[in-house]
Write a protein that binds this ligand. Sequence first.
Ligand code: SAH
Length: 252
Amino acid sequence: MGKVYLVGAGPGDPQLLTLRAYRLLQTADAVLYDALVSDEILELIPPSAERIFVGKRCGNHYKTQDEINRLIYRYSLLYPKVVRLKGGDPFLFGRGGEELLFLAERGVEVEVVPGISSVFGAAASAGIPLTLRGVSSSLLVVSGHRLEGIDWKTLASAETLVFLMGIGNRREIARRLIGAGRSPDEGVAFVENATTPLERRVYATLKEVAENPPEVGTPALFIVGSVVDVGIKTSFGKPLNLPTGGEMKRDI
Ligand code: SAH
């Protein structure tokens, strides 16, 4: 029976792979990868390794999670070194926990290799510090995929909020945040395809997103909080599109 490496591929830029991930990719017998893993990273896999796409896309599931779990298990019986490659970090909304449990229950040895999450990749790329002394001392990372069951009051009490999988629900998220007491003037940044050549940033206020949400492509990160203003103020934010109102004038 082989060993499975549950590896984070980082947010997109191959330079943001860990050395451990890079070395494992070059020596793997088989690599099962997600839709969010960039082509540049896939190019690092030698032709001798078997590559298996197991991506899931919202609304159009290519494979169910159970099918993916079973497939990884089958590959662990076939090869000594199997890499399960996931976008960002495998344990942050990556279903890595489920895969680990499934394999562990069947006696498969698993090693988890952390990756740079898109949360950190997008924030760094857009020059938005997720915490900032005197401005934000708390960060909440939330799935924006399903909004039922969220305690909006508690959620809104964190200073910086980051939503993953939240683009389709951006309008409703902004409405509920305002309803829970966040200022409608608060800054919002969407960072699409962070750390890739296709990266694009869109800035708005919560009110704008609630009333007339800007166009945003996916995958994108949705950041809310006063720290967004830093990204707008620094050169990181300037060349990119600003909200309809023009330059934001809020001070931090
Ligand atoms: N494990 C991943 C997250 C998987 S959930 C991680 O740690 O990053 C998928 C969500 O991640 C997307 O809906 C999007 O919100 C975010 N995402 C992934 N890659 C991204 C990228 N390059 N740029 C912006 N957001 C990204």
